[in-house]
Design a protein around this ligand. Structure first.
Ligand SMILES: *[C@@H]1O[C@H](CO)[C@@H](O)[C@H](O)[C@H]1NC(C)=O
Length: 448
């Protein structure tokens, strides 16, 4: 009996891993603050510091106890405090444990809250709704949460609950705004890069508290690029008892999303095939289900590393005439590329930069959107004696470090040939002499 109790409290303690994020409440300046993402241009926004507390964020099974940091609300509730307490009981957020790790690794987290009105709802009526945007720094998990206020019906007290001074919503006994996550659209990979010609899956998914069987799920993917946007894919899917029905309203060539995955797993990912430079941009995944609709942004960067070649395989100075060497960077994307020239004498420990003496061609753009560029260097024989290694070093965002193309300055051929012949002759002579000697010895011994 006692053991069971201990085990239970331990399990409870593990599940009770809370994550506390500092957030901003965004309101449209002066207005009612009904904007969805708070991204409308032109209008002014007011930011108020607030706190977001994820209660019972269930992480991995291997969640270690030191990660569990229960949140302690302020001693005395304050009407000016803006603490959103999030109950996740009914919606499971995939990879939510990464939030937990971010919390203790002090990884940067971007967090914003704004008011939200569900489709067809009366903005004045209870419960109130909010949108919470949470993004982990460094391209981790990104969440757009729809929060719904919970009425605190647990306490039956004569004194009316404290009202939050700004939102005029009742606070819990511990001074927090109790909310429940009712809908979430997320991406576990909100920023990705891929080379031309590859296939990618842009990660987007949703979870919902009450999903009604047979309810439509609407999915839309848009691509924004430098101010222009267009619809890539639009579909409506619905699961009946036996099958999944879907209407695809818009579908750009080479793209696809699975109606099955959408309604059964909440998987709204978009597949893009044979990537082109023009596929680069900001993708917006919008999922609507029931009265809720919200979005998630996924950035796609096209990165194609350059192929680097030198104009010559080897370099030999015939006389004192300087020679020109070119380094070609082929078909890379995006535009920025750096070319450095290095020269290292056979005896030297470190290479010397010759970049200042080089010149660049202009960028050439190919029909597939990639670029090419050449760099030229004039080499003088006195500076680059035989044995010197000349390197063209190219740096580009698609390369982890850099890419090198090198050659070694050779000795002038005729000389090499002459000395080789002399050496070969000498060896042959010694060999012939030895052979004669032994033959003569054999003959003389036979003669005896
Ligand atoms: C969606 O399904 C694809 C393909 O099965 C998978 O790679 C991806 O991780 C899934 N994404 C989500 C958000 O479930």
């Amino acid at each position: 009996m006692l053991t069971i109790l201990v085990l239970l409290s331990l399990a409870y303690g593990l599940d009770g891993a809370d994550v506390v994020l500092s957030c901003s409440l965004i309101e449209e300046g002066g207005g009612m603050g009904m904007g969805m993402g708070g991204m409308m241009g032109g209008s002014t926004f007011k930011r108020t510091p607030s706190t977001l507390v994820f209660r019972d964020l269930v992480g991995n099974d291997d969640l270690s106890p030191e990660l569990v940091t229960p949140y302690n609300p302020p001693e005395t509730p304050n009407a000016d405090d803006l603490i959103f307490e999030l109950m996740l009981s009914s919606v499971q957020i995939p990879n939510a444990d990464s939030l937990l790790h971010a919390d203790c690794n002090e990884q940067e987290v971007f967090c914003e809250i704004s008011s939200y009105v569900p489709h067809g709802a009366d903005p004045e009526s209870a419960p109130a709704h909010f949108i919470g945007s949470v993004q982990l720094g460094g391209g981790g998990l990104s969440l757009t949460l729809v929060l719904q206020t919970l009425s605190s019906n647990t306490v039956e007290s004569d004194t009316p609950p404290l009202l939050q001074s700004k939102l005029k919503l009742p606070l819990s006994q511990s001074g927090t705004l109790m909310t429940e996550v009712v809908f979430v659209v997320f991406s576990r990979v909100p920023s990705m890069m891929a080379p031309i010609g590859s296939d990618v899956v842009l990660d987007c998914g949703f979870r919902q508290k009450d999903s009604i069987h047979g309810q439509d799920v609407a999915l839309e993917w848009r691509l924004q690029y430098r101010g222009n946007g267009h619809k890539i894919l639009e579909m409506k899917a619905r699961a009946t008892e036996t099958e999944v029905g879907s209407d695809v309203l818009v579908k750009q060539e080479g793209t696809s999303a699975e109606a099955d995955l959408l309604v059964r797993d909440g998987n709204a990912s978009l597949t893009l095939r044979r990537l082109k430079v023009t596929d680069e941009g900001t993708y917006i995944c919008t999922v609507g289900s029931g009265e809720f609709q919200t979005q998630q942004v996924v950035q796609l960067h096209i990165k194609q590393p350059p192929r680097v070649t030198l104009s010559e395989d080897k370099l030999i100075f015939q006389d004192e005439t300087p020679q020109k060497l070119s380094c070609h960077c082929h078909r890379y994307y995006p535009l920025d590329v750096q070319v450095e020239w290095l020269s290292q004498l056979a005896s030297a420990e470190e290479p010397v930069s010759f970049s200042k003496e080089s010149s660049l061609s202009s960028h050439r753009q190919h029909s597939d959107g990639t670029y090419s560029l050449s760099s030229y260097l004039i080499l003088r024989p006195d500076e680059h004696p035989p044995g010197t290694v000349v390197t063209c070093r190219v740096s580009h965002t698609a390369l982890e470090t850099h890419r090198d193309a090198s050659l070694t300055v050779d000795r002038l051929e005729p000389k090499t040939a002459f000395w080789t012949i002399v050496l070969m002759l000498a060896i042959s002579l010694v060999f012939l002499y030895q052979a004669f000697k032994s033959v003569a010895e054999v003959q003389s011994s036979e003669g005896m």
